[in-house]
Design a protein around this ligand. Structure first.
Ligand code: NAG
Length: 419
C-alpha cells in the first residue's frame, strides 16, 4: 500500500494508455529544404524507377519452360573437279538432322576419298614427322599431332622435304581449303524456328507461330528486323548480317552463331506476348571430321574422310512474365515509405546537431540522449529496409501463406524468421 503509493508519485503507467510524441515546428530553412528535396528524390525513385520502370507492383516469373524445333530449307548443286556435280539437300548439310536447337550447317569441306589402311608419308606440315635419316623415325612410335604410327623409314617427298613414313589411312588428308565456300548458296537457305514458352506461375503458354491468325503467313514470310520482326523464318545470310558479319566470309572457315529468342511478357497489358530475336557471332572457325566407309571391289575396306567447315547455330530462349499482385505492390510501397522515415529521422538528427546551442542552457543531456536514440532509429529503419530489399520473397509469402496455400518450400524456411 504505502510503498506502492510512494513509488507512484507521478501517475502510474496504464498499459492501455496511448503515448504520443510532442512535435515542435521549427524554422530551419536549410534542414527544411533538404528534407523536402530528399522526400522528392525518394518519391521519384519509388514511383519512377520501382513502379514504372521495374514494375515493382508485379509478381514475376523469370523461369519459363521452353522448347525449340528447327527446320532448314534449301538445296544446291556444287561443282568440283574431283566429284563433278553433287546435289546437297537438308539431310546432307544439316548435322544432326533432327531439328534441335543446336545444329551445324555445312558451308565448306575438304574431302579425301579412297583412303585405306597402309603405308604412306606423313603430311610435311607436322613438325614431329620431319626427318633426315631413318633413325629420326623410330618404328612403332605415333606421330605427335599426326595421322599414324611411324614405320622406321624416312621418305623423300621432293628435293627439299622428307617426312617419316607412317602406317595410317592413306593417303593422308592433303587438299587445301577452298577460299570460295563450297556451299556458297547456303546464304539463301532458310531457317524456321518454332518455339513454345510456358510460364507455370501464370498458367500461360504461347508459341511464336501464334502471334497472328493467318496460317499462311509463316509459310511465306521472311524475317526482317524492321518490317517483319515476328516472322520466325530467317534467311541464313540475314542472320549473319544481323550478327554483324558477312556470310561468304564466315562460311570459308565456319563459326558459331547464337540466336536468342527473348520474351518479355507484361500480362497486365496484353494477353498475348511477342518474342524478340537477336543474333550474335560467338566464335570464328568451326570444323570437324566425319567419314563414310565402303567396300572396294577387292573386298577391302575404304573410307572417305570429310573435314566439314560450317556454322553452328545455338538457339536459346529467355523470358520473363509479370502480372499485378497485391503483395509485391504493398511490399515495394512499404519499403519506399520506410525510406521516407529514414529521411525524416536523419533530418531530425541534423537539426538537433546543428541547433543544440539554443537548447543547451535548458537540457543538454536530453538533447544528446534524443539525438542518440534518433540514431538508433535510423539504424533500425535502415536494417528494416535492407531486410525488405534482400528478403522480399520471404516477406511476401508470409501474409499470403496465411490466406491461401501459396507456400513453396523455400518460403517456408524463410518465414520462420517471423516466429
Ligand atoms: C541468293 O539469292 C539472290 C536473290 O534471289 C541471288 O541474287 C543470289 O545469287 C543467291 N546467292 C547465291 C550464292 O546463289
Amino acid at each position: 500500500g504505502m510503498e506502492g503509493q510512494r513509488s507512484c508519485r507521478t501517475p502510474c503507467p496504464n498499459p492501455f494508455d496511448y503515448k504520443t510524441q510532442k512535435f515542435i515546428l521549427t524554422h530551419s530553412r536549410m534542414v527544411g529544404t533538404l528534407h523536402r528535396l530528399l522526400q522528392l528524390c525518394i518519391l521519384g525513385y519509388l514511383f519512377g524507377w520501382v513502379f514504372l520502370v521495374k514494375k515493382g507492383y508485379q509478381e514475376m516469373d523469370s523461369d519459363p519452360r521452353v522448347s525449340v524445333i528447327t527446320k532448314l530449307k534449301g538445296s544446291t548443286i556444287t561443282k568440283t573437279q574431283e566429284f563433278g556435280n553433287w546435289l546437297w539437300d537438308v539431310v546432307d548439310y544439316v548435322k544432326p538432322p533432327q531439328g534441335e536447337n543446336v545444329f551445324f550447317l555445312v558451308t565448306n569441306a575438304i574431302i579425301t576419298p579412297k583412303q585405306r589402311q597402309g603405308h604412306c608419308p606423313e603430311h610435311p606440315s607436322i613438325p614431329d614427322a620431319q626427318c633426315i635419316k631413318d633413325s629420326d623415325c623410330p618404328m612403332g612410335e605415333p606421330v605427335v599431332g599426326g595421322n599414324g604410327i611411324k614405320t622406321g623409314k624416312c621418305v623423300m617427298l621432293d628435293l627439299s622435304q622428307s617426312t617419316c613414313e607412317i602406317y595410317s589411312w592413306c593417303p593422308v588428308e592433303n587438299a587445301p581449303l577452298s577460299r570460295h565456300p563450297l556451299l556458297a548458296a547456303a546464304e539463301n537457305f532458310t531457317l524456321f524456328i518454332k518455339n513454345t514458352i510456358q510460364f507455370k506461375k501464370f498458367n500461360f503458354l504461347q508459341m511464336n507461330t501464334q502471334t497472328t491468325d493467318d496460317d499462311a503467313y509463316f509459310k511465306t514470310c521472311l524475317y526482317d528486323p524492321v518490317s517483319f520482326p515476328l516472322c520466325p523464318v530467317f534467311r541464313i545470310q540475314d542472320a549473319l548480317q544481323e550478327a554483324g558479319y558477312d556470310f561468304q566470309t564466315i562460311a570459308v572457315k565456319g563459326g558459331v552463331v547464337r540466336i536468342i529468342v527473348d520474351w518479355d511478357c507484361d500480362l497486365d497489358r496484353s494477353a498475348i506476348c511477342l518474342p524478340h530475336y537477336s543474333f550474335s557471332l560467338q566464335d570464328v572457325h568451326y570444323n570437324f571430321r566425319t567419314v563414310q566407309y565402303y567396300w572396294g571391289k577387292d573386298e577391302r575396306e575404304f573410307r572417305k574422310l570429310i573435314k566439314l567447315y560450317g556454322i553452328r547455330f545455338d538457339i536459346s530462349v529467355t523470358g520473363k512474365a509479370g502480372r499485378f499482385h497485391i503483395v509485391p505492390a504493398t511490399v515495394n510501397l512499404g519499403a519506399g515509405l520506410a525510406l521516407l522515415g529514414v529521411v525524416s529521422t536523419a533530418c531530425k538528427l541534423l537539426y538537433l546537431h546543428t541547433h543544440t546551442h539554443t537548447h543547451t542552457h535548458i537540457v543538454p543531456a536530453t538533447v544528446n540522449l534524443g539525438a542518440g536514440l534518433a540514431l538508433l532509429g535510423v539504424v533500425s529503419t535502415a536494417c528494416k529496409l535492407l531486410y525488405l530489399h534482400t528478403h522480399t520473397k520471404a516477406y511476401y509469402t508470409y501474409p499470403v501463406c496465411l490466406v491461401k496455400n501459396y507456400c513453396n518450400k523455400e518460403s517456408q524456411t524463410d518465414s520462420t524468421f517471423f516466429k
